[in-house]
Write a protein that binds this ligand. Structure first.
Ligand SMILES: Cc1cc2nc3c(=O)[nH]c(=O)nc-3n(C[C@H](O)[C@H](O)[C@H](O)COP(=O)(O)OP(=O)(O)OC[C@H]3O[C@@H](n4cnc5c(N)ncnc54)[C@H](O)[C@@H]3O)c2cc1C
Length: 557
């Protein structure tokens, strides 16, 4: 265990609160509890702070938030409730849905006013399921401001996890459109000057709040188990046997179990081929709480997403690359093992991944996989694909062929099907339509397209000339999102549904409120930080009174 700010430690490692992990869930609880005067330690298993949160987009989905109200957007908790119930297909647990909806904006205000985490409002980011009641065209998503993390964190900055990408906000992405139009030089200078964006900025701001409020931060600090005292959970034991006392309680924010491949294979509804969280997310939080009698819920679920394997490493392990514009930009399609399109490629990643998971029972094989994104030279020249740009040597993960027939042979799909699929798609794409799967109908699809393209629908365009390219698509996930059952204060429940005294949890270690659904951009971090904030408040002893007044003040329900 390496303590990064030794001046904050207590001589006998006795704290009020011990927090397991250092993603957005853990840091939100830590900073909230510390802000109310509690002595808190954050224990991070890997060498770096921030978890998946630090390499994420950092967006938060918060229904009826004050930024939207100030911008004159009309939203309400009632509309949000109707929408999330539809998205969760009636399977979300009411107590968690209520907590996420009723306290989302309270958390946002607290993060801004008390913790100094600053957000930008994304006015135009549409909810993911425009077809469901209560969806809005924009206003529920916020993202972190650009943040000079090096200036703010000093020597500790080097311990913050980053994906190393150029720092730009989603708002800037909206303005610039395609990656080929990005001011890369300006972004490099910004990076050199120590700026962070997205999840990196979010984590850095939360860490700053932790430092300002005296939280002890430790890396290389793997929590092995929980300490049960006579009447509560009262501390943790590290993997080297060190005991850390936590007089008020322990909060687990240890991420999902996706990197325990055996556990993931046995629990998840579908086979997970890759993920992009740090390999240290091995379900430790789940296991340590189960040992003291915790109940689990919703463990079939993950934040699913179509991904490709392009050799990106995280802590030495290969992680997936999320496919977004690559399947949503005009001029690319996705085909299945038969060389045919099988879904609206531009729909949200969570729903699209579920189509990838379909099983062909009569033939006892996957219905759609292996699947590939297919595009042409004109697409590559205009947009590039992931980090690859036209004119650079074709990377090993990209399959290239001069003709569609040759590409089909390389993909081992029937050539006549691939050719017919592209011809049919092209015929309709130039007219701005997709009669087969309705791509480009939803505002969500159009948002992710290219408004400056040469074609009538920003989501659709023809594949025009070779060489042609393909990229294999696999069923991936940001991380799992089922686990410990908690109440609306983030307190862990035992197998009989009773709170386990002194034990709190939030984030991907716990059951997600939306069950199989994914309502909008930021729908993991929004509720995660809300429940983590409520856990921090509850640990501070403020839960009942504070929540009653916050609820009244927010005019909730
Ligand atoms: C590319 C990408 C983009 C994304 N974009 C968004 C977005 O814009 N908005 C959104 O809402 N969601 C987004 N997500 C999903 C989101 O990042 C995660 O759902 C969220 O960060 C999970 O947070 P967490 O705090 O639960 O866990 P994590 O951030 O994963 O943190 C868990 C931490 O616990 C540590 N840990 C594990 N076991 C132990 C142990 N035994 N002892 C001590 N520490 C331990 C881990 O090392 C890790 O650091 C994205 C994900 C990815 C990969």
């Amino acid at each position: 265990m390496r303590i990064l700010n030794p001046d904050t430690t207590t001589p006998d490692l006795s704290y009020d609160v011990a927090v397991v992990g250092s993603g957005a869930a853990a840091l939100t609880t830590a900073a909230t509890a510390a802000r109310s005067g509690l002595k808190v330690i954050v224990l991070e298993k890997s060498q770096l702070l921030g978890g998946t949160s630090a390499v994420s987009g950092g967006m938060l989905w918060v229904v009826d938030n004050h930024h939207a109200r100030e911008a004159g957007r009309s939203d309400s908790k009632a509309a949000g409730r109707e929408y999330v119930q539809a998205v969760a297909r009636g399977r979300g647990r009411t107590e968690l849905l209520d907590a996420a909806l009723d306290y989302g904006d309270t958390m946002l205000r607290f993060a801004e006013d008390e913790l100094g985490v600053k957000f930008i409002f994304l006015d135009n980011f549409p909810d993911y399921r425009q077809d469901l009641p209560g969806a809005v065209l924009g206003g529920r998503t916020v993202e972190p401001e650009l943040f000079n993390y090096r200036e703010a964190l000093g020597e500790l900055a080097e311990y913050v996890r980053t994906d190393g990408r150029h720092p730009y906000t989603m708002q800037e992405y909206e303005n610039w459109g395609a990656f080929t139009r990005f001011p890369w030089e300006q972004l490099s200078s910004r990076q050199d000057a120590g700026f962070a964006a997205k999840g990196h900025a979010l984590v850095a701001m939360l860490l700053k709040a932790c430092l300002d409020n005296g939280v002890t931060l430790a890396v290389d600090a793997r929590v092995e188990s929980l300490v049960s005292t006579a009447d509560k959970i009262g501390g943790v034991i590290m993997d080297d046997g060190t005991r850390i006392a936590a007089a008020t309680g322990v909060m687990i924010g240890a991420g999902g179990f996706e990197w325990d491949r055996e556990l993931a294979d046995s629990m998840l509804a579908s086979r997970l081929y890759t993920m992009c969280s740090p390999p240290s997310n091995t379900g430790d939080g789940l296991k340590m709480a189960q040992r003291v009698g915790a109940m689990t819920r919703g463990t079939r679920e993950a934040w699913w997403a179509p991904m490709s394997l392009t050799g990106t490493l995280r802590d030495g392990e290969q992680v997936g690359s999320l496919l977004r514009f690559e399947r949503q930009g005009p001029g690319s399609i996705m085909v299945n093992r038969h060389g045919q399109r099988f879904a609206n490629e531009a729909q949200n990643y969570n729903d699209l991944a579920r189509v990838l998971q379909s099983w062909d029972s009569p033939n006892n094989q996957p219905l759609n996989t292996p699947a590939h994104v297919v595009f042409d030279q004109s697409y590559l020249e205009r947009y590039g694909v992931l980090d690859h740009r036209a004119g650079e040597p074709t990377p090993a993960w990209l399959i290239e062929a001069d003709t569609l027939q040759q590409l089909a042979a390389k993909l081992e799909v029937p050539a006549e099907n691939l050719v017919a699929t592209v011809e049919r798609f092209n015929t309709h794409a130039v007219a701005g339509q997709d009669p087969d799967f309705g791509r480009g109908v939803s505002e969500y699809d159009r948002y992710w397209g290219d408004a400056d393209s040469d074609w009538p629908n920003p989501s659709l365009g023809p594949l025009q000339y070779g060489p042609y390219y393909a990229l294999q698509v696999v069923n991936g996930a940001f991380g799992t999102c089922g686990g410990l059952a908690t109440d609306g204060n983030g307190q862990v429940l035992d197998v009989d549904g009773k709170p386990i005294p002194g034990l709190f949890a939030a984030g991907n270690t716990t059951e997600n409120p939306f069950a199989a659904g994914y309502p909008g951009a930021g729908a993991t971090l929004g509720p995660i930080m809300t429940l983590a904030y409520l856990a921090g408040r509850a640990l501070s002893g403020a839960s009942a009174d504070y929540q009653a007044s916050a609820l009244e003040g927010a005019g909730a329900r």
